[in-house]
Design a protein around this ligand. Structure first.
Ligand SMILES: [Zn+2]
Length: 349
């Protein structure tokens, strides 16, 4: 059995000799030879060398197993190879340390930037949430339905924590970048939506303001209310149950009479009942009439604003004394002007 093994390893050795280019095979065979001779090394013969150092009393004895003499050349190659591997490893380790340190610094810098960016996005989202609250309140106050709530319900997504993301995998920075980009994109969409919503509100408010500017809302002259809207006994004719289509505001002659809202002078005329009077068209089906003037101070087609003087109080037409007969018409029918005569503190400029 022992002899058979010996013969087998000898054959391997012979093969190596015939193929010197195969360094791997050489290493393998030498390794096998080493393992093969381990049990015999105790009994092997040692070659001794005596080395005398020049000028020194010290001498060194080196012992080398005689059996290893045939493979000393290969051993030299192995040692050279191992030394080369060691040098390459040291260089690779140094390079790895150098570059990983630089990469670590860059990664830390990115972390801090992402964290800063996250904080900024959080602040923006908080502001948007506050704007949503204000927006809802404004819509509620104006009696309007809040449009497009889907984006609000979409949510902002939780903040992306760099640490938790980066430990997931080597491509975590890409994931983090992607998440941040997505978060920024969604935040931008919300800002756009909020911006558009506020523009709509602004437009609506302007329209509302314009409408209010064209709605009668003041006393057209100083004085006191001497006759209300509704049926009454006519002060001149004595006719009972006569409908009074406006209110009378009494004051001395030449008291200024002002337009109660923005509009266009539709008519300046003189009639038997209203005397010298002015009619203003305010748009939206609203019209006001001012009668018994001593002198109109407006021209037909003229655009007037609220508080503009359009004439002076008198008693022309069917009137018993100096007063203004003031009518408000809505969609072709007279309405009680008193509902459109607010005190100055409520007037809309
Ligand atoms: Zn009247």
């Amino acid at each position: 059995m022992f002899q058979a093994l010996n013969l087998e390893f000898f054959c391997l050795f012979v093969k190596v000799k015939t193929n010197k280019k195969s360094f791997l095979k050489k290493a393998l065979v030498i390794s096998l030879k080493i393992f093969y001779i381990i049990p015999l090394v105790i009994f092997m013969k040692l070659v001794r060398a005596h080395i005398n150092l020049e000028g020194s009393p010290v001498s060194i004895y080196l012992s080398f197993p005689k059996v290893l003499l045939p493979c000393i050349g290969v051993l030299k190659r192995v040692v050279q190879f191992l030394l080369l591997v060691l040098v390459v490893n040291i260089f690779a380790y140094w390079t790895y340390q150098h570059f990983t340190e630089a990469a670590r610094e860059q990664r830390n810098l990115l972390y801090s930037r992402f964290q800063s960016l996250n904080k900024s996005i959080d602040t923006i989202n908080t502001t948007i949430s506050q704007l949503y609250g204000n927006e809802d309140l404004m819509y509620a106050k104006l009696g309007l339905a809040v449009p497009d709530t889907s984006m609000k319900e979409m949510g902002f997504g939780g903040p992306v924590l760099p640490d938790s993301l980066l430990v997931r995998s080597a491509s975590s920075l890409k994931r983090l970048k992607s998440s941040m980009a997505d978060r920024i994109s969604r935040t931008e969409a919300k800002i756009d939506r909020t911006h558009n919503s506020y523009l709509s509100l602004q437009l609506y408010m302007e329209q509302l303001h314009g409408k209010l500017q064209h709605t009668p809302s003041i006393w057209p002259s100083e004085g006191y209310l001497s006759s209300p809207f509704g049926t009454r006994t006519h002060p001149v004719t004595g006719e009972k149950g006569k409908m009074h289509y406006g209110v009378d505001v009494s004051a001395p002659k030449w008291t200024p009479i002002r337009a109660s809202a923005n509009g266009r002078i539709e008519r300046v005329a003189n009639s038997e009942t209203l005397g010298k009077h002015v009619i203003i068209d305010h748009g939206n089906g609203i019209e006001t009439r001012y009668g018994h003037m001593i002198k109109p101070f407006a021209k037909e087609g003229q655009m007037v604003k609220r508080f503009d003087i359009i004439g002076y109080m008198g008693s022309t037409g069917r009137a018993t004394g100096s007063h203004l007969h003031y009518e408000v018409w809505f969609n072709g029918a007279p309405v009680n002007p008193i509902y459109y005569m607010l005190s100055d503190q409520y007037s809309v400029e």
